[in-house]
Design a binder for this molecule. Structure first.
Ligand code: PGA
Length: 264
C-alpha cells in the first residue's frame, strides 16, 4: 500500500563524526537557502551535527526551517558523568531532538537497551524528542530474528515511557547491515514489513491512536535512487539519511523528490 497523500514527511541526517563547526555552518546555510521555499507544514527537516557544532548551527539555521538534535545524550539533567552531554545542555544550545541508540552507539561503543532506555526516559522528562534507533544485525536477520529483535529493542528501550513521552517519540528503523559504506539498503518491501512490526508493537504499547501517530523513519544507505520508493510505503513516514545527505545540494534534490512523491 502507498502512503496517505499529503502526510507530513520527516527527513533528516546525522553527520556522525565528520563535520566540524565551520563545515556544519556552511552546510546548514546552504541547506536553508536551497530549501527555504518549501513549506514546513508537510516537511519536518532535521540535522544532527556534532555537539561542538550545535551552538553555531543554531545561529545559521532558523528553527522554523531546521530542527537540530544531539547524536547522543546522557541520562540525567546533570551529574558526575564525565564526557556526557545532558538534555539541559542540548536545550540550551537550541537542540530539541536526542538521537538515541544509533547502531554505532550500540555496536561500536557498547550501549545496551538498558542504557538507551534510561536516555529515552530522561529525554521525555526534559521535553526533548527522542529519536530511538533500532535495527537487527546481519546475523540476526539471517536467523530470521529481525522482528523479535525489533520488538525487544522497542519494549526494552521504551520501558516505563508513558503516553506523554510517546507523543514526542520518533523511531528510526536502521538495520545494522544496511548502514554505511559497506551497507546494502533494505528493499522497500523488507523495510515496510519491519515498519509494520514496529507499528504493531507501538500500538500494543500505546493504543491504536498514539501508536499510529509515532513517526517511523527508515535509515541505512538511503540514496537518490531508493528514497522515493521507500517514502511511498504505508508505514514509512520519513528517512534518516547519512552519506547521501551530507552534501546540501544532493540532500535538497532528495527532499524535493520525496515531497513530490508523498504528495501524489
Ligand atoms: P548511511 O547512514 O545513510 O550513510 O548508511 C545511515 C545512518 O547511520 O543513520
Amino acid at each position: 500500500m502507498t502512503q496517505v497523500k499529503g502526510k507530513k514527511v520527516y527527513l533528516g541526517t546525522n553527520t556522525k563524526m565528520y563535520k566540524g563547526v565551520a563545515d556544519t555552518a556552511s552546510y546548514l546555510e546552504e541547506l536553508c537557502r536551497l530549501t527555504g521555499d518549501l513549506s514546513r507544514e508537510a516537511l519536518e527537516l532535521f540535522v544532527i551535527p556534532s555537539f561542538t557544532a550545535l551552538e553555531s548551527a543554531r545561529r545559521c539555521a532558523p528553527r522554523e526551517l531546521v530542527r537540530l538534535g544531539g547524536q547522543n545524550m546522557g541520562w540525567a539533567g546533570e551529574g558526575p558523568y564525565t564526557g556526557e552531554i545532558s538534555p539541559k545542555m542540548l536545550l540550551e544550545v537550541g537542540a530539541d531532538i536526542a538521537e538515541l541508540g544509533h547502531s554505532e552507539r550500540r555496536h561500536v561503543l557498547g550501549e545496551t537497551d538498558e542504557m538507551v532506555n534510561r536516555k529515552v526516559l530522561c529525554a521525555a522528562e526534559y521535553g526533548l524528542t527522542a529519536l530511538l534507533c533500532i535495527g537487527e544485525t546481519a546475523e540476526e536477520k539471517a536467523r530470521g530474528l529481525a522482528d523479535e529483535v525489533l520488538r525487544t529493542q522497542l519494549k526494552a528501550g521504551l520501558y516505563g515511557l508513558g503516553a506523554g513521552g510517546a507523543e514526542r517519540l520518533w523511531v528510526a528503523y536502521e538495520p545494522v547491515w544496511a548502514i554505511g559504506e559497506h551497507g546494502v539498503p533494505a528493499t522497500k518491501e523488507y523495510a515496510e514489513a519491519r515498519h509494520d512490526t514496529i507499528r504493531r508493537t507501538l500500538t500494543e504499547l500505546y493504543g491504536e491512536q498514539a501508536g499510529q501517530a509515532v513517526p517511523l523513519l527508515y535509515g541505512g544507505s538511503v540514496n537518490p535512487d531508493n528514497a522515493v520508493g521507500l517514502i511511498r510505503m504505508e508505514n514509512i513516514d520519513g528517512l534518516f539519511i547519512g552519506r547521501s545527505a551530507w552534501d546540501a545540494r544532493k540532500f535538497n534534490a532528495i527532499i524535493r523528490d520525496v515531497l513530490a512523491a508523498a504528495d501524489g
